[in-house]
Unconditional design. Structure first.
Length: 342
């Protein structure tokens, strides 16, 4: 791929059938976007839209941000990654994370246990598998007996570790090829990226930042909807602990108490405006670009914009068109930008 150090990505919106709008995707490069990411939650899977983009738009990098290290078996995940890497040589990045008890255990019926070790073992297994050698090895959370990839990627995809607190951040630094961050303000970025850099022996690894964005000046409407979104995530145990670690306990204690007491509407109403404004980028397109640039200057090398439907008058693709990076943005990459795939 290009040696251009500038990366600017978007999480791909999909229609109800889970496949992105082909004509809209074709606009992305012209808008200044370089990377297309896909995530998995309660909508379509992450692999189908990326395969569609890889097959039809060879000028774009693709990546998962993220797929869970629990919900696909090790061999299946290796096969999936190898297939995408072959479809998009040098343009695919595999982002994996532990996800949460809600998704893993509540929705998929898989025990959400020892998440750090599962992530560590999955990274190690994938690196072994991508060599094309037979993997017969007993890991701490699973065992592989004789698996060998039948398709060895021409170019090994980098593995990005999605991380919240210190343990996963250090894992990303020691054994990952980069880190994926989300649910943090620009001011939080130096703290978390420094942990990754230290664990990597002083090497500044690529940092993907999933940034929630709504380019709308309808502030009251956006904050109202964003409060509900923030509340839902802030009450998932792993994210609650993350926000405590980042220093937002005093701001969110009332929300947590109301939620645990069953009053979800009041819990959402209790989220302070400044917390919404820290975690959700909103305002005019120019203001949003400025906020995104703050993340870049703080150490995010690969912004990945997740456009949020907080303003009902703004559709996802319309918002993406408003957020394409300007020539000035492209000419002045942040201090930590570096070359890498998606």
């Amino acid at each position: 791929m290009s040696d251009d150090p500038f990366h600017h990505g978007v999480l791909i919106p999909t229609a109800g059938h889970g496949v992105p709008d082909r004509e809209a995707v074709a606009e992305l490069a012209g808008l200044g976007f370089t990377d297309v990411w896909a995530a998995e939650s309660d909508r379509g899977d992450a692999i189908t839209p990326l395969a569609a983009v890889a097959a039809t738009h060879p000028g774009l990098n693709i990546g998962t941000a993220i797929v869970s290290a629990f919900t696909r078996g090790p061999a299946t995940l290796a096969q999936t990654a190898a297939s995408l890497a072959q479809m998009a040589p040098g343009r695919f990045s595999l982002g994996i994370g532990s996800s949460s008890n809600v998704v893993v255990q509540g929705w998929n019926g898989i025990a959400f246990e020892r998440s750090y070790y599962r992530m560590r073992d999955m990274v190690r297994f994938l690196k072994d598998a991508f060599t094309g050698e037979k993997v017969t090895r007993e890991f701490e959370t699973f065992e592989s007996r004789g698996f060998r990839l039948g398709i060895v990627p021409e170019q090994t995809p980098p593995i990005y570790v999605a991380a919240l607190r210190e343990g996963m951040l250090r894992l990303a630094g020691r054994e990952g090829d980069g880190v994926i961050l989300n649910w943090l303000a620009a001011k939080d970025v130096p703290r978390v990226t420094e942990i990754v850099r230290t664990a990597a022996g002083g090497v500044a690894k690529p940092a993907v930042g999933v940034i929630f964005v709504c380019p709308s000046e309808n502030t009251a409407v956006v904050r109202e909807a964003a409060r509900r979104f923030v509340t839902t995530y802030a009450n998932v145990p792993v994210y609650a602990e993350y926000q405590r670690w980042l220093g937002r306990a005093a701001d969110l204690e009332e929300t947590w108490a109301l939620w645990s007491g069953g009053n979800r509407a009041a819990a959402a109403a209790a989220v302070p405006d400044h917390v919404v404004d820290e975690l959700i980028v909103h305002g005019s397109p120019e203001e949003c670009r400025g906020r995104i640039e703050e993340y870049r200057q703080a150490g995010i090398t690969h912004p990945a914009l997740m456009v949020m439907p907080f303003d009902p008058e703004l559709d996802s693709w319309g918002a993406i068109r408003l957020l394409g990076p300007s020539r000035r943005d492209r000419a002045e990459p942040g201090p930590s930008s570096r070359t890498g795939t998606a």
